[in-house]
Write a protein that binds this ligand. Sequence first.
Ligand SMILES: *[C@@H]1O[C@H](CO)[C@@H](O)[C@H](O)[C@H]1NC(C)=O
Ligand SMILES: *[C@@H]1O[C@H](CO)[C@@H](O)[C@H](O)[C@H]1NC(C)=O
Ligand SMILES: *[C@@H]1O[C@H](CO)[C@@H](O)[C@H](O)[C@H]1NC(C)=O
Ligand SMILES: *[C@@H]1O[C@H](CO)[C@@H](O)[C@H](O)[C@H]1NC(C)=O
Length: 429
Amino acid sequence: LLVLIFSSVDIWGDGEDGITEENCRTDCRIVLMETIPEDLQQHLNARPNLPLFVGFHTLLDQAKHSIQVVSPVWNLRASEKEPVPSTGRQGHLLFQRLLNLKSRGVKLKIVSNLTNSAEQKILATHNAEIHLVNMTAFTRGGLHSSFWIVDRTHFYVGSADMDWRSFSKRKELGLMVYNCSCLALDLHRVFSFYWQLHDRDYIPSIWSRRVTALYGRHQALELELNNTPAVAYVSTSPDLFCAKERTRDVDAINHVMQSAKTFIFISVMDYLPLVSRYWSPLDEMIREAVVLRGIKVRLLISFWKNTHPLTFNFVTSLKSLCMQPYNCSLEVRFFSHKPQKDDIQHGLNHNKYMLTENALYIGTHNWVGDEFSNNGGVGLVVQMKNGGGKIMEQVKAAFERDWTSPYSKNLLGNKDRYNKYKHLHQVET
Ligand SMILES: *[C@@H]1O[C@H](CO)[C@@H](O)[C@H](O)[C@H]1NC(C)=O
Ligand SMILES: *[C@@H]1O[C@H](CO)[C@@H](O)[C@H](O)[C@H]1NC(C)=O
Ligand SMILES: *[C@@H]1O[C@H](CO)[C@@H](O)[C@H](O)[C@H]1NC(C)=O
Ligand SMILES: *[C@@H]1O[C@H](CO)[C@@H](O)[C@H](O)[C@H]1NC(C)=O
């Protein structure tokens, strides 16, 4: 009986706007957006992309009926004791605009696993509807997905979440996709799935057709991105949250890596193939690409206060594969900005994406076993049909800009340098 109740629940908004799989739009506009903190701009501003907060304002401008938001954090208004740089006001502005949606007749729907968020409480008094997903009951993880859907037509996916730091302090990268209702419909199904988990502590054995995937690895959506033919789909994690047709995040990453012919560039905050035991999938994929297929791999990881010390051992192990006499190419660099007192996120590279010569995966997890196994997350795979395309060039330029910047350092095989940085960041060993 419970299963039946679950699967027959009507999902809010479905059909209300007349957008269906049959009449949805596939001629989309995709825009790369970044937050580059002021401090880092001196070296990272050569070819600036649009700032992320501009993208969120555009989404807010577009909204006519609904905005759906998933964010692991709600902290747009910095608390009083935190020193806020002038750009820190951006979070505040976004929050105000979310409060004002009510007067425009736009519904705000939020899913999160936070029970005690002051900002959610304020939004709720301004007509936001909030559903709690109790991740503790499912996987003991967190809900780390971070996306917006506007009118089931436009959406955002990326590393920035509803934290004022995402718009001023941390380095973030995300995609705004406009006029793309087919893909937005599929992301909406992920949202609807979360929405239905409200007040529940089990996953149905029979999934409602309205929350299963529309597209996936084996059946990607064909679309035009900025007038360039491409395919795309949405992936999710953990496994428990993937209905039969839904591609898992790790499989999406594998798919993108498998399709690479020349290079794979990865930019993530943390890299750690562990869940309390060795968690091999991503580590194996990298090894295979480098050694068996001769793909050039670059891994850009953040070096910050919470960097797990074993990170160095794991990436040293990866790098040792390409020791002489074997000729292959795997490079690792650590992105690090001088830490400020008691402020571990200042200048932090919070990016979470991977790029090849023809495809892009942008997700919400760090490449850490625990995250894929236990946390709710989403990924977006975009593959250009004829390779290249402007958006790919832009992401590649952003990666190369970071890679060659003075903030990216090769700390491996250089004990003094490593120790100096370790000391600087007080990495606990
Ligand atoms: C979440 O689930 C856990 C485990 O089932 C339970 O102990 C806890 O009370 C739940 N929290 C909320 C807010 O419902
Ligand atoms: C939400 O997720 C975090 C982990 O990211 C967890 O520590 C917290 O207890 C969760 N909250 C609830 C209410 O489940
Ligand atoms: C969406 O497409 C319409 C034309 O169909 C265009 O007028 C509008 O500017 C587009 N919206 C965005 C955000 O690009
Ligand atoms: C190693 O491979 C690169 C390109 O894959 C090539 O340019 C270089 O000459 C090779 N080096 C040796 C010693 O074979």
